[in-house]
Ligand binder design. Structure first.
Ligand code: NAP
Length: 321
């Protein structure tokens, strides 16, 4: 069993990963900017929560010492170019340096489908360019790097299908930008399983290996938004009509959403990301190479969308462990 250091373990995917690792008998240190973000993990056996300035190279180096592997799940979905660079490029670079300095041989890094480290500047958005550069920033001759690139991730606590279902509880129709963008949604439990497998993969120092994490079926964004309403049972199970917006109207909608307080539902950068399909390329290994048969979306989404709020929080998470 391994001694695992995890960054981003308090997030949507991270909580599932931590539960999985604990269930498999590993000891886990969860680094977080605020200990209260890890409240749901405090009661787990073999978990230590460490409040830490994860952007401080020195603090990181001290904290990772003594662990067998570092798992990095830290990311943001919204922000300006500088924020993406800090979180998606500088932080992985610090993680790599800290691991090497502390003698930790392996890093498991969760990136995103569409990352293209061969041509980082060819990626269409700040998010994907920074994710591409982040993969490169981890490379070091003394380190084995295991990268997982998921498509969009669904699960009871997601901010994706839950949000689209929630909007359909309020609004009679869904004006939608990039309705034809394609995704291959993957269940959060399958992603957690994949991370737990990667923790065990031995790779040579200096090697970077990549896996894509995708579900069994490709959907357009329009299908998913409409499906969220149908699966949640809204409008007697018909869902609300989706009205595809032309590109200019989508940009205007995103600009208005970015003016509202809090995390925008859709930003201009999100629209840029959707200019490339978010589906498996097949050019690298996939979940089946890790022995995982990915779950179909609809039965799982129906279950948690119809349970509404009851699938959220610690209760919902415990139910699936
Ligand atoms: N969700 C998806 O559909 C999806 C799709 C493709 C790829 N991914 C990738 O999967 C990974 C996990 O995603 P997620 O959805 O679980 O993300 P999440 O719920 O937003 O969690 C991200 C974590 O990052 C930390 N974090 C956030 N902002 C930070 C900042 N400015 N500086 C340092 N730490 C920060 C937070 O930890 P603390 O608050 O505890 O510090 C949080 O636990 C990410 O790499 C993401 O890009 C996700």
């Amino acid at each position: 069993m391994s001694n695992i250091f995890i960054l981003g373990g308090t997030g949507f995917v991270g909580c599932h990963v931590v539960h999985k690792l604990v269930t498999q008998g590993h000891t886990v240190t969860v680094a977080t900017r605020r200990a209260r973000h890890a409240r749901a993990l405090l009661t787990l056996p073999t978990v230590t929560v460490l409040e830490l300035d994860v952007h401080s190279p020195m603090a990181l180096e001290q904290a990772v010492a003594g662990h067998d592997v570092v798992v990095n799940l830290v990311a943001i979905l919204h922000g300006n170019e500088a924020a993406f660079h800090k979180v998606h490029v500088e932080l992985p670079a610090h993680v790599a340096r800290a691991a090497v300095a502390a003698g930790v041989p392996r890093v498991v890094h969760v990136s995103a489908l569409g990352a293209n480290p061969q041509q980082p500047l060819a990626a269409p958005s700040h998010y994907l360019r920074s994710k591409s550069m982040g993969e490169l920033a981890l490379g070091h001759p003394a380190l084995a790097v295991l990268v997982l690139r998921p498509s969009v991730i669904f699960g009871a606590e997601d901010k994706f299908l839950n949000v689209f279902a929630g909007l359909q509880r309020v609004f009679p129709c869904m004006p939608l930008a990039s309705a034809q963008a394609r995704f291959q949604p993957v269940w959060v439990e399958d992603v957690a399983r994949a991370v737990a497998r990667l923790v065990q993969v031995r790779a040579a120092a200096g090697a970077t290996r990549v896996w894509e994490a995708c579900g069994p079926q490709v959907y357009t964004l329009g299908d998913l938004v409409h499906g969220a309403g149908v699966w949640a049972g809204i409008a007697q199970g018909r869902g609300r009509p989706v009205i595809p917006l032309p590109a200019w109207a989508g940009r205007l909608q995103a600009a208005l959403m970015q003016l509202a307080p809090g995390e925008p539902l859709m930003s201009a950068d999100n629209l840029d990301s959707m200019r490339v399909d978010n589906v498996a390329t097949g050019a690298v290994a996939g979940l089946s190479d890790l022995g995982i048969a990915p779950a179909a979306l609809e039965p799982i989404a129906m279950d948690y969308l119809q349970r509404g709020r009851s699938g959220h929080g610690l209760l919902g998470l415990r139910r699936r462990v």
